[in-house]
Design a protein around this ligand. Structure first.
Ligand code: PRX
Length: 635
């Protein structure tokens, strides 16, 4: 019996039980039957929860790209692997077959090698959503270099922090990008970032936007001429299961971003398995995930998951509103997309548009529609179900994280009955539990708790680059022996999970995970600012938006408050990126603090949400009188 595909609810429960009782057999069989290996493993896994050390498929040898491309060539060489839909609908799409992809990835792999990249070197990829982005990721993995993709909306200072942290040797970027009706220069942002980075030896540049840019002699090289001369054949590097595949940075509760490290075999096995089951993938499907490869969703469900299954995956450069709000629906219709995977924030934005945009398109090719990144509210769920899925496509509300590598909790389409706002049941292998404040496991249903996972799974991140102590403390110390997700959740009467939101200082804005600490650090750099506290508040489209409470040290010089607000947002833009800008700024006399000097953000969060009646226990506050002032006035 194969465990790779779950066919019905009874089988789901059977596989789930097997995965808990005999995890070695369960994952061992999936790994053995569905992938190609140079050498088998000694042990399916070994771990030490206390030390946060995990190994999957110990000592096995493989290459993930051989599994994504080479092994499909005999049967699917002419099949389209990637459909590239450019930002401008007038520009022709590219259909890259598995044969073409093999040649393009091999050429890029040869260029990287010729230029001096070796196994284990880190390569930063800062590119828009163009084929070269996926090809660069795959080329790195093919030669054993570790890719670190940075979302092309991040600022130079955010980039230099990340490049310095992982000591990247190369950067792959483009002259610029197209987004809607804008042309955005990217290479100048890299130039500025690299003023602060010593590790980078070369910058390879894709010509995408035809922007006139400066090339630094000895460091910067145009990619096209190098690719033209490179051989279209490359023998994939033999990798160990636990060799790092990529680093991907995510926000944390301090200003230093966490470089989550994913390794080769476990990530491969579980992204492929989850893709197959959560999207009910079948051979001729056309899969479209609207995320950016700068985030984990793009890594796992635009690139690795689909290609590991020999699927056709759509890579879209643009935005949902350009040239008009029917762009998503046009693309679904144009390529006869069968699975569509997007974020609630996009759904909420499109919901506000005229119904005719969505209803005038033929969306009958769709079979499964998905949601990811933040809780999907009931109204958005119904709109998605009625207008996009036409009440016949199950919605898979998929819960997971950069750290988890692949989807952990989700309905299985046509198998798990869906329920609005519920991510429903954990996939086989995922031992989800809810914990109370006293660190006890909550056995009963219908109670809120902290969502933890009490047994390792193959695609979990193995460490934080260069800081294993932080990894251990962040994820394995609050609930000893368990992985703490940082999310709150509740379970309904049948055991379905509903994610209720972050339990820490991370705010999810338009599906982007933003730590408030680095934003506060950026604000505090402004000469007029004494102190700041940033919290999230509910927003109709973005899910959450950011509210900053700021005290000033140089009031007189900054009487023009509107201008000061603009300047503060510019500081945030240049330190992090425009995605972290504050929607609301309030200047206050003082921030509410506890006796030990900690800002009581809980109160500020309530005020930002307009909840000013009951603040609960405020006995530890040293300045309770400030609350009333914050509610009633701004300075
Ligand atoms: O709070 C959860 C929320 O997004 C967080 C992870 O963010 P990130 O690492 O950027 O990865 C996003 C894409 C996987 C989680 O801790 N989240 C993710 N999916 C859901 C969700 N919240 C509710 N429902 C979801 N389906």
């Amino acid at each position: 019996m194969s465990y790779y595909k779950i066919e019905n609810l009874e089988q789901y429960f059977k596989h789930y039980k097997k995965s808990v009782r005999e995890p070695r057999k369960f994952w061992g069989k999936i790994a053995e039957e569905n992938f190609v290996w140079y050498q088998a493993w000694d042990k399916v896994f070994e771990f030490d929860m206390e030390e946060a050390r995990f190994e999957w498929f110990t000592n096995a040898k493989l290459n993930i790209v051989k599994n994504c491309i080479d092994r499909h060539l005999a049967k699917r060489g002419e099949k389209t692997a990637i459909i590239f839909e450019p930002n401008n609908p007038e520009e022709k799409e590219q259909r890259i077959s598995y044969n073409d992809l093999y040649a393009r990835v091999s050429k890029m792999a040869n260029v990287l090698k010729d230029q001096g990249i070796k196994k284990g070197d880190r390569v930063c990829i800062y590119l828009p959503m163009i084929p070269e982005l996926a090809i660069s990721m795959l080329a790195c993995a093919r030669i054993g270099a570790i890719h670190s993709v940075i979302f092309a909306g991040f600022s130079s200072s955010a980039i230099s922090k990340r490049i310095t942290n992982s000591e990247c040797k190369f950067v792959i970027t483009s002259d610029g990008s197209f987004r809607g009706n804008k042309k955005i220069p990217l290479k100048p942002i890299i130039d500025e970032a690299l003023l602060e980075c010593e590790s980078v030896e070369k910058v390879l540049v894709v010509n995408r936007a035809g922007i006139d840019i400066k090339m630094m002699e000895g460091r910067d090289l145009w990619l096209e001429p190098l690719l033209e001369q490179a051989s279209p054949n490359h023998v994939a590097q033999v990798m160990d299961s636990e060799d790092p595949l990529f680093i991907l940075y995510t926000s944390g509760s301090t200003g230093v971003p966490k470089g989550m490290v994913h390794t080769t075999a476990g990530y491969m096995v579980q992204t492929a398995y989850s893709f197959k089951n959560v999207f009910d993938y079948k051979e001729n499907d056309i899969f479209w995930c609207t995320a950016d490869c700068g985030w984990i969703t793009g890594h796992s469900y635009i690139v690795y998951g689909p290609l590991l299954n020999g699927a056709t995956t759509v890579l879209f450069e643009g935005v949902p509103s350009y040239p008009n709000p029917s762009r998503f629906w046009d693309i679904i219709d144009k390529y006869k997309v069968t699975q569509f995977y997007t974020a609630p924030t996009a759904i909420r934005a499109l919901m506000t548009e005229d119904y005719s945009y969505v209803n005038s398109h033929d969306l009958s090719s769709l079979r499964v529609i998905g949601s990811v990144g933040e809780p999907i509210n009931e109204e958005a769920w119904h709109w998605y179900n009625d207008h996009v899925g036409k009440k016949k496509c199950p919605i898979v509300d998929t819960w997971w994280q950069t750290e988890t590598g692949s989807i952990l909790i989700s309905p299985l389409p046509f198998i798990t009955p869906t329920k609005p706002t519920y991510a429903t049941l954990p996939l086989p292998g995922i031992q989800a539990v809810l914990m109370d404040d006293k660190r006890n496991e909550i056995e009963e249903n219908q109670i809120d708790g902290s969502l933890c996972i009490k047994f390792p799974w193959p695609s979990m991140a193995r460490t934080i680059w260069g800081d294993h102590k932080r990894y251990k403390e962040t994820y394995f110390s609050q609930f000893p022996g368990k992985y703490f997700t940082g999310d709150g959740a509740l379970r309904d009467e049948v055991g379905y999970y509903r994610i209720t939101g972050r339990a820490d200082d991370v705010v999810i804005v338009s599906g982007h995970n933003l730590g408030t600490a680095p934003i506060e650090d950026a604000i505090n750099e402004h000469p007029a600012v004494a102190e700041s506290a940033v919290v999230g508040y509910k927003h109709d489209i973005k899910g959450n938006a950011l509210y900053g409470y700021i005290t000033l040290k140089m009031e007189g010089e900054y009487r023009d408050r509107e201008n000061l607000k603009k300047e503060i947002n510019q500081y945030i833009s240049s330190h992090i990126g425009p995605i972290a800008k504050l929607d609301k700024i309030q200047f206050v006399e003082a921030l509410p603090k506890t006796r030990s000097g900690k800002i009581m953000r809980r109160i500020l969060r309530s005020i930002a949400n307009g909840e000013t009646k009951d603040f609960g226990d405020i006995s530890t506050l040293i300045n309770p009188e400030e609350i009333e002032k914050i509610i009633t006035k701004t300075i």
